[in-house]
Design a binder for this molecule. Structure first.
Ligand code: GLC
Length: 706
């Protein structure tokens, strides 16, 4: 991996491990062997002539396919709740991509504002990246695509470490507006015997949407409420928004203004925008002192027993700025009484349509970093990243012993060291389940291991069938959270028909059986700089695998083939080689069948979902409990597809401390006409019940006493 500073790049701290990265002197040194050209101007361009078979991977949180070729994308953190196919940017800015084909190389553009990635959209054979500036750090990563990813992951540093309970099921809604509503949801989970570890608190827990306050009327005796719920096994996760309400007497407002911790306008006054609380100021997270100050505020809630947070509206979302709203109103009042032509009417409408997240607003406030002043627009993509960094750094400083759950909506490369991400305001559309499937590998490529989408969709109304299919896929995403928008149909597991509740209970129970495996695979990906979710083409050379966009390789040797279409009672699956089909029918009922390579149509009823195991793969399941912390590995079930031998390493630690000591348990299987199990290590496992299919199509069941 090598890099070149072009001009004077802003230090983003996205890359932290320079051990295997060498600086080079010139663009020709940097681009040597890639076929890329770079033209440094006010808009710097990178161009490449595609070969007909070239694919493009990466860009983290963005739209369309796993192979990004043929599309046009933007890097500009954007609060847009309509993720339709014509959109070019979402909440994250992840400027890492790989060209894979005749030549293979990775590119990371460390540049904090607008970039356009035209991957053969304007001209099918041309890659053109337009970078809005000439001060950037450009990295080139050599090797095949797996090597490129692992070098990049090493360079950006390991993922943040979530507490193990954060791998459990999480229930959210905008909103459970008071303690009664939250209590009812918790009771419903208990009554319905559905596992769940956390319940979310959206903006209504705050007093008038002020960060680091509690609405005492809705949540009297907050501390004892938090404790009561925890005693019942539910952790409460409050939201924190980027904008802080302007209000005399509000501590966060007054302290921030007094110390100049808020972003300022060109006159040096705190910039005024509007979000949920009405008029707000935005903390200058990029300024290290302001970042420290803001991070320390989280202790207000931590001291009350809170152990996790989600950071929102941090692109930052600006519904309107005071200045632009005034201009729009004035424009509108000047039109009063006029007989408007249709273009004049559109112009009038546009005054209000373009109020939110307006580029001119982003250009009208400033950050103060190390004595220098920077226009926000020029550092836009670093804002959400640094909000989450503020929290992450404070947690490490103030609570060094303990893991605290944290994830964010906006992000930049490097933010994964402080928190995960959720993919924002998706919809209850089948297309968004498909998008969720396609996005997981690219999120992982950019370091975001702890990630997931709002299960069931945030906006709009989910059917029981959509929620079911979505939950089946989300069994595999580390963040396993059902969240929905105000006004939408309720989509908690018990909100649909009785049989849907039954099926969802089974899916969630399966997830709890899968936690030991998931946690082991998460930790291995984190330590080894590998991907939890992979495109098929990362594991198989076969050309057809490059075209498969709705099956994914997962962990060690599992292939996921989720159903993501309405009314489907089955799906086509492409098997690159002979595999063991593992059809899950409920949390404790499944079917195993050997399948030959090639295309197959497989029946998958609504309550069922499909996995495939490669030869040599062992999958372990623990006993189901309703809380992650109650899960033990004393007895394990093992499902495997074995030729002569196979092994699996289980990872275990205390799940809550930052520097937890790791222990390992290796399970070995040998087959010589008979199955022999053995093990090394000790994590407290006493018994393994196995169900193994061997390549001669024999099924072997038995119990191994450790
Ligand atoms: C934003 C978030 C969403 C949240 C809502 C209200 O739209 O993306 O998750 O529920 O704000 O806080």
């Amino acid at each position: 991996m090598k890099y070149l500073n072009i001009g004077t790049p802003f230090e983003t701290d996205s890359i932290v491990d320079f051990e295997n990265i060498r600086p080079v002197e010139s663009l020709s040194d940097l681009l040597d062997g890639t076929g890329l050209s770079c033209d440094v101007k006010d808009v710097t361009t990178l161009t490449y002539k595609f070969d007909s078979n070239d694919k493009v991977y990466g860009l983290g949180e963005n739209l369309r396919g796993i192979n990004k070729r043929g599309g046009i994308y933007e890097s500009f953190c954007t609060d847009d709740p309509n993720h339709t196919p014509d959109k070019r940017a979402l909440y994250g800015a992840h400027n890492f991509f790989i060209v894979d084909g005749k030549k293979s190389f990775g590119v990371y553009i460390d540049f904090p504002t607008y970039i356009e990635f035209d991957f053969g959209f304007s001209h099918k054979d041309e890659l053109k990246v337009s970078i809005e500036g000439k001060d950037l750090r450009l990295y080139i990563i050599e090797g095949d695509k797996k090597t490129i990813v692992s070098k990049f992951l090493k360079a950006i540093g390991p993922s943040f470490l979530p507490p193990k309970w954060a791998f459990g099921f999480q229930q959210s809604r905008w909103s459970y507006p008071d303690n009664k509503a939250i209590r009812e949801i918790a009771d419903k989970f208990i009554e319905s015997d559905i596992p769940c570890d956390t319940i979310y608190m959206d903006i209504d827990y705050m007093k008038d949407f002020k960060n680091f306050t509690i609405d005492e009327e809705r949540f009297p005796n907050f501390e004892s409420f938090v404790k009561d719920l925890k005693d019942d096994g539910f952790r409460l996760i409050p939201i924190i928004d980027a904008g802080c309400k302007i209000e005399d007497g509000y501590k966060t407002h007054e302290e921030g203004v007094k110390n100049r911790y808020y972003c300022e306008d060109s006159e040096g006054k705190p910039f005024v925008g509007a979000v949920w609380p009405g008029l707000v100021h935005f903390p200058d997270f990029i300024n290290p002192e302001a970042r420290k100050w803001f991070g320390d505020q989280y202790d207000f809630l931590i001291d009350k027993g809170i152990e996790g947070f989600w950071n929102d509206m941090n692109e930052p979302a600006i519904f309107y700025s005071a200045k632009k709203l005034e201009e729009a109103i004035e424009y509108a009042s000047n039109q009063k009484g006029k007989n408007l032509g249709i273009y004049d009417f559109f112009k009038l409408k546009d005054q209000f349509m373009w109020l939110s997240n307006n580029k001119e607003d982003y250009q009208s406030f400033y950050h103060r970093v190390d004595g220098n002043t920077y226009n926000h627009y020029d550092l836009h993509n670093l804002f959400g990243y640094n909000m989450t960094r503020a929290a992450g750094e404070a947690f490490e400083r103030n609570h060094p012993e303990k893991r605290i759950l944290l994830f964010s909506r906006a992000s930049y490369i490097g933010m994964h060291r402080y928190g995960g991400i959720w993919t924002g305001d998706n919809h209850a559309w089948w297309e968004h389940l498909t998008q969720n499937i396609k996005m997981m590998p690219s999120l992982n490529m950019c370091g975001f291991l702890y990630s997931g989408a709002d299960i069931g969709g945030f906006g709009g109304n989910a059917s029981g069938e959509l929620a079911t299919r979505w939950s089946q896929f989300a069994v595999y995403t580390p963040l396993f959270r059902n969240h929905a928008c105000m006004g939408s149909r309720h989509q908690e597991p018990f909100s649909f028909e009785d049989d849907t509740t039954q099926v969802t209970r089974d899916i969630i129970r399966y997830r709890y059986a899968f936690i030991t495996y998931l946690y082991s695979e998460f930790m291995k990906a984190r330590t080894n700089n590998t991907l939890l979710f992979r495109p098929l083409s990362f594991d198989f050379e076969d050309e057809h695998c490059h075209q498969v966009e709705d099956q994914l390789m997962y962990g060690s040797g599992i292939m996921l083939a989720p159903v993501h279409q309405a009314n489907a009672k089955g799906r086509y699956v492409y098997l690159p080689e002979k595999m063991l089909e593992y059809k899950i029918k409920s949390n404790d009922n499944y079917a195993l069948e050997l399948r030959e390579s090639g295309h197959q149509y497989v029946q998958v009823q609504t309550k069922e979902w499909l996995n495939y195991l490669r030869q040599g793969t062992l999958l372990i399941l623990n006993e189901v409990k309703n809380k992650v912390e109650d899960i033990s590995v004393e007895t394990l079930d093992l499902i495997g597809f074995v030729d002569k031998d196979a092994s699996y390493q289980v990872y275990s630690d205390d799940g809550i401390s930052r520097d937890a000591e790791a222990s390992y348990f290796d399970i070995h299987v040998k087959y010589d006409g008979q199955i022999h199990l053995s093990h090394t290590g000790d994590i407290g496992c006493k018994e393994i019940s196995y169900d193994i299919v061997t390549t001669d199509n024999k099924r072997h069941k038995g119990v191994y006493h450790v």
